[in-house]
Design a protein around this ligand. Structure first.
Ligand code: PMP
Length: 445
């Protein structure tokens, strides 16, 4: 019988076999035989149910989830409103193709995004299936609007794995290596990374703008794309003023400023969108991940005049804005707006900062604890230096998983553990997860 997930699932860490257990092992063997080797996994279990703050595997182990499927299940897995909306929509119709026969769910999601994203200017949205697809389309739209071709992305950026987004993504291995040639007219600027560059936001912006100005030239530049807090690159929070200066330079030079909020969006950082934390109003904003409680949906939202620059038929796709994904998004958005998720993210963030900060004080291997809301990371270094220690980050993640706590690594140098739990995780479970992290770290001394 299929186990029932969602918030009624027992909120406990329970390890009844080694991980992976025998049933999970069997699936992983089938996976190795049937699924392309490039599609790797980090937690060796066969998931059968999830909800609140746990993932249950086929052997009956219940793991504490501090990753939310990479910032997707912010409203929790199988949120009751999402489940109900999906069931209702699946019974009504599953697909017409919005480009053939429009339906209300898509329009209502666009209306909600236009209302919720930063800025009170007139906005429009278009829906897609994945974060990478949203980014691709934001770039298309910016090029069409400006009549220019160049795009600037930043060091440590992650924007996806399709051809254009690989070019925008900074890290070669594993995202780009061997997959070239990449899309042209993509340029890279230095990011503000206070832990490593020690620069003020103003100075880091001057450095970036000088590179953009001299190596690309505003007259050729369609768009600058940036994650307000970088995700895969290492939860890098730019110094105060950096994003504002870049955004102002874009406005002054007729360049479309795109905030990629695929990972930071929908209350994750303690605000509906991370742009709000920095007081920036992007021209375009890309969203995905948390938007639909786990269903595949993505969007580009932005200034109506930019969004409308594209000729009819220039944007779209067979599945973009699928009715079931839209129904899920409307339910998730209602939950974000009415169930205290911004407060949850802040509370989780405070707990993470307190516990991880205490660990840092007693441990020279922790170089920095940073982030906003429920998007917090620990950067591991060789004690007394800023030199990355990826082996330690990887050992911590493996040790935690073996004890039933799912944590994810990230970072250009692979030396970062990131915490981005579902925002429905009970506080005692979060504490227990952090106890495990502390004891694993202690054991690696
Ligand atoms: N942009 C950012 C900031 C992301 O974090 C991600 C996914 N990690 C993407 C784009 C790509 O999203 P997807 O995997 O849905 O294509």
């Amino acid at each position: 019988m299929t186990p029932i997930g969602g918030p009624t699932l027992a909120q406990e860490r329970k390890i009844v076999t080694e991980i992976p257990g025998p049933v999970s092992k069997e699936l992983l063997e089938r996976k190795a035989a049937a699924v392309a080797a490039g599609v790797a996994h980090t937690v060796p279990i066969a998931a059968v149910a999830a909800g609140g703050g746990v993932i249950v595997d086929a052997d009956g182990n219940s793991l504490i989830d501090l990753g939310a499927g990479i910032a997707v299940t912010s409203v929790g897995n199988s949120h009751p409103k999402v489940v109900e909306a999906v069931q209702r929509q699946a019974a009504a119709f599953t697909h017409t193709c919005f480009m053939i026969s429009p339906y209300e769910g898509y329009v209502a999601v666009a209306e909600a995004l236009n209302r919720l994203t930063p800025g009170d200017h007139a906005k429009k949205s278009a829906l897609f299936n994945s974060g990478a697809e949203a980014v691709e389309n934001a770039v298309k739209i910016a090029r069409k609007f400006t009549g220019r071709q160049a795009v600037v992305a930043f060091d440590h950026a992650y924007h996806g794995r399709t051809n254009l987004t690989m070019a925008l993504t900074a890290k070669s291995m594993p995202y780009k290596s061997g997959f070239g040639p990449f899309a042209s007219e993509v340029y890279r600027a230095p990011m503000s990374y206070p832990f490593h560059d020690g620069l003020s936001g103003e100075d880091a912006a001057k450095r970036a703008i000088s590179v953009i100005d001299k190596q690309v030239g505003a007259a050729n530049l369609a768009a600058v794309i940036i994650e307000p807090i970088q995700g895969e690159g290492g939860f890098i929070v730019p110094a105060d003023g950096f994003l504002n200066a870049i955004s102002e330079w874009c406005t002054a030079n007729g360049v479309v400023f795109i905030a990629d909020e695929v990972q930071t969006g929908f209350t994750r950082t303690g605000a509906m969108f991370a742009s709000e934390l920095f007081g920036i109003v992007p021209d375009l904003i890309t969203t995905a991940k948390g938007i639909a409680g786990g269903l595949p949906l993505a969007a580009v939202t932005g200034r109506a005049e930019i969004m409308d620059a594209t000729h009819a038929g220039g944007l779209g796709g067979t599945y973009g804005g699928n009715p079931i994904a839209c129904a899920a998004a409307l339910a998730a958005i209602e939950a974000f707006e009415t169930e205290g998720f911004i407060e949850n993210a802040k509370t989780i963030g405070e707990a993470l900062f307190t516990r991880l900060g205490a660990m840092q004080e007693a441990d020279a291997r922790i170089g920095e604890v940073r982030g906003r809301g429920a998007m917090i990371a620990v950067e591991f270094v060789k004690p007394g230096t800023h030199e990355a220690d990826p082996a330690l980050a990887s050992a911590v993640a493996k040790g935690c998983i073996a004890q039933g706590v799912v944590v994810l690594t990230c970072g250009t140098y692979g030396n970062i553990i990131r915490f981005l739990p579902p925002l429905t995780i009970p506080s005692d479970l979060l504490d227990e997860g952090l106890d495990v992290v502390a004891s694993v770290l202690e054991g690696l001394k």
